[in-house]
Write a new protein. Structure first.
Length: 533
């Protein structure tokens, strides 16, 4: 059901933001493509996955990515269920898995395939801990492999290295050296990567961040609790963590009372210490690298945070089997949390959907302008209308699209796309084609049959269709005239020119491109004008 739900929710969506850095810049199987850090992270396995997907399925559809995302989400929820079920039974484990699969505040992770860089470390970190619970050599070998996979997805996997170390040192002393390879081999591999490539990555570790880390960790825990109970603000809402702090203080007091007052003194599950090591390593490492956009309220941090909280809780409650009434109360609490979280998840979906429209429209404009566009033309936020395409340069994009297929609208699809996409496509086209204008003051045009007269004085006139080539616009003496263009847009003329002063002629050059759809000119002037050519 989760796979189907993910595919339905993401129908029509295409590649987004950081994914383009992999699609465009990491297609060649080389050491640089595999090991060069992405936002400070080792991402060798996500890069290999992207390489495989584009070679097998092409780039015309992002559906394979979304299928893989759903599989990762379901697999992680399943391992979390197994981990919790061993400690608190099937019902509480099921409640935890449902909360994670519907965690609206983590909408970026649940709806954006690139976030397997965050899901992967949790998935294989959980697999590592479950393998270690076997207590035999095959389990230890599997744990070492899973830990290596976890750190190869992103830096989040590093937090499971201390978890593995704690689990090993919990065993008998005489087994420490024999089992140390479980965490030493992945640690050495990560160190080798850091020496070779990772040390060049930008770091945000500062003394200020280190000193402020306890508060960051406290707030991270508070946000996790707030998100888990459906109390997080909606997408774009003010980052208020008051509920989470109150919950955290209450939970800490309750745990303290339970540990001190309960007789006989409860025996804590050995699994508590590895997961505490992983959770606090994650929160402190994140705190050390804190900078705008990476605060405790960030959507992507809620996913790992809630899973860590659920694992810690299951270890603290190990052996507990709630009665029927208690289960009914807990089920009600879960449902009350799931409802608001699904609303946030829908809001996150509504946030991402327009990005796919802009992506398909903007890349369509690049393809239409492919005959003359500068290979170094970049889809900056000012041009593309979104920051999610800053990794796209025309030359590299067109090369990859020619090889693997295009996710863009074709010209016919663009003509019927949502208005925000058509509007932005016109802006991208005007920049990519390099529409050229030249104004000659005091010039006039001779009478010609191919001229269209435009009345002035604010009289509404139809816009004028323009063919490729040079169009001449003569403006009679008077105030400056405003001249604007559109091609695919309907509701407005989004391409503004510098205009033309009264008593002048503007020469407008429009290159030939891959669409037969004409540009249309809108003249707004107090005086009359003529459009010729």
């Amino acid at each position: 059901m989760t796979v189907v739900g993910t595919l339905v929710a993401t129908a029509g969506m295409t590649f987004y933001q950081d994914t383009w850095a992999f699609l465009i810049d990491r297609q060649e199987l080389s050491a640089h493509s595999l090991f060069y850090p992405h936002n400070e992270h080792l991402v060798v396995f996500p890069v290999l996955i992207e390489m495989a997907l584009i070679r097998v399925f092409g780039m015309s559809s992002a559906t394979p990515e979304y299928v893989l995302l759903a599989i990762f989400l379901v697999a992680t929820a399943l391992l979390l269920y197994i981990y919790m079920q061993r400690r608190v039974g099937p019902w509480l484990a099921l409640f935890g898995a449902v909360i994670v699969l519907t965690l609206g505040p983590a909408w970026e992770v649940l709806l954006w395939p690139f976030e397997i860089t965050f899901i992967g470390p949790i998935l294989f970190g959980l697999a590592m801990l479950l393998a270690l619970e076997r207590g035999d050599r095959p389990g230890d070998v599997a744990a070492c492999i899973f830990l290596t996979l976890a750190i190869g997805f992103s830096g989040l996997g590093i937090c499971f290295i201390p978890a593995a170390a704690v689990a090993v040192f919990q065993g008998q002393r005489e087994t420490w050296y024999r089992r140390a390879y479980i965490f030493v081999i992945p640690l050495l591999l990560y160190a080798a990567w850091w020496v070779g490539w990772g040390h060049d990555a930008e770091s945000h570790v500062t003394l200020r961040n280190i000193l402020a880390s306890p508060r960051f960790v406290f707030d991270s825990l508070a946000w996790s609790l707030q998100s888990m109970f459906g109390l997080a603000p909606g997408v774009g809402g003010a980052p208020d963590v008051s509920w989470g702090r109150a919950l955290l203080i209450g939970v800490l007091l309750l745990i303290g009372y339970w540990l001190v007052k309960r007789r006989p003194r409860p025996a804590l599950d050995p699994g508590l210490w590895p997961i505490l090591a992983a959770a606090f390593a994650n929160w402190f490492l994140t705190a050390f690298n804190d900078f705008p956009g990476r605060d405790p309220s960030s959507s992507r941090y809620q996913y790992a945070g809630v899973i860590f909280v659920l694992m810690i809780a299951s270890n603290l409650m190990a052996g507990t089997r709630p009665g029927r009434r208690t289960l009914m109360v807990l089920a009600a609490v879960m449902l009350l949390a799931v409802g608001p979280n699904l609303v946030i998840l829908e809001d996150g979906h509504d946030q991402l959907k327009p990005q796919s429209v802009l992506t398909r429209a903007d890349t369509s404009a690049l393809e239409i302008a492919s005959r003359t566009v500068d290979p170094d033309f970049q889809l900056t936020e000012a041009v593309a209308g979104t920051p999610s395409l800053i990794n796209l340069y025309a030359g590299k994009y067109l090369e990859v699209a020619d090889r693997y297929g295009s996710p863009a609208y074709n010209p016919e699809e663009l003509a019927s796309a949502p208005e925000e996409g058509r509007r932005q496509a016109d802006i991208v086209l005007s920049r990519a084609l390099g529409l050229y204008t030249e104004v000659r003051r005091g010039a006039t045009l001779p009478s010609a049959k191919d001229c269209v007269s435009v009345s002035g004085g604010g009289v509404a006139v139809p816009d004028v269709a323009l063919a490729p080539g040079v169009t001449k616009i003569e403006v009679a003496p008077g105030p400056d005239a405003a001249l604007s263009l559109r091609r695919f847009a309907v509701g407005e003329f989004p391409v503004k020119t510098e205009g033309a002063p009264g008593g002048s002629v503007m020469f407008l050059r429009i290159p030939t491109d891959g669409s037969s759809r004409p540009w249309r000119l809108h003249v707004e002037a107090e005086q009359s004008a003529r459009v010729c050519g």
